[in-house]
Design a protein. Sequence first.
Length: 228
Amino acid sequence: MSRWILIAEDERQLGEMLCDNLTLESYHAEHVLNGQQALERMEKGGIDLLILDVMLPLMDGFEVLQAMRARGDKTPVLILSARADDQDRIRGLELQADDYLTKPFNLRELLLRVDALLRRQPAPEAGDDTLDFGGNRVDFRAMTASCYRGEKEALTATETKLLRLLAGHSSTVVTRRAVVETLFGSSAPKTVRTLDNVILRLRKLFERDPANPKHIHTVRGVGFRFEP
């Protein structure tokens, strides 16, 4: 399965050139022009690698990276920067960037670094993008669900991420703490009610009897369990 790469680069010509060359290497590539767009796109999921320029409008690359890691997003990040001083490199590493390349760079070197970063991450299997259970079908990349009633529903980034987490630990209890940290980051001040509301929404979508769920279970005092 082709890997999806997001390029956050405010130089339109450079961003488009990178998209074209990554596509030639059989990747799927998307391009955004500012930090806010980059963060919003990452929240939707489905990105395997982020190529992130430091000098972005609205939010700089370091702010984007910090926000991603704070909410638990471990997507590999390759930072691009016109500044080669040690302080920028150190800051990027402190914020858990995976690699750092200074401009101007050799295109072949960038492609090799992209390949190396993606080889560290297991490629998703074909079935990983969809989930079928109880007459429902979830498309994780499109962030949509076809429900047993025949209706098609859009899912939020939080709903999609929660379903993927629970389905990845099918028939196993996932602790509430693990769920909160995955969805919102370890330092995010989210209330218990926020998480419970997400669970209730998913049950209304997918359970024939939400009051007596067959798929999305609450294990009192511990967490949640998904039964396909």
